[in-house]
Design a protein around this ligand. Sequence first.
Ligand code: HEM
Length: 173
Amino acid sequence: MGYAAPAKWFHWITVALMLVALPTGIVIEHIRDADKMRFYAIHESAGLTTFLVALARLAYRLRNPPPEASHQPRLFRLAATTVHHALYAALIVQPVLGFLATNAFGFPLRGQTAYLGFIHLPRFMETNVPLAEALLAAHLWLGWVIAALLVLHVSAVVFHQAIRRDGTLDRMI
Ligand code: HEM
């Protein structure tokens, strides 16, 4: 038995958002001048949308638990659950860190970096550069943790697909 349709939608929308947020986050420091603000706007909008989708997804998951995986060895189930839970936590914490960092730097999601280009959010705090730098450092560190978790996650899917041939990918498509 596979995941229900809403769980699949949540999953693949999250994948699409990650495909925007991660690469723009990685290259942003190399972008110069005029284009930089456009990159920030795209990265921050993808990040905040990821946060909103993750909240809706977790609310849905509380009422609709994932399908059984009792055919899998206990160790595999433990590894999968650990990575899945870590990803959920990261999907919530990472956008919050980024959002607070932008506020502490004095660049909230307004003007050129309005959410989705037109939604201007209020400022949540006064400019505080030392705090902003600490939040940004945590945001960068967690970004690499997410990348590592995704390598593990996708490697596991490839392993199930190519070696165990147990239809794990079919549960999510
Ligand atoms: C090409 C990329 C990806 C593939 C092929 C893929 C595939 C899958 C599959 C097959 C499952 C179901 C595992 C099972 O049967 O228990 C799954 C679950 C999951 N995936 Fe992915 N995934 C991808 C990317 C991502 C990304 C980018 C994220 C989040 C950042 C993510 C987060 C999750 C989570 C949290 C679950 C657990 C769902 C639950 O049980 O609630 N995946 N993925």
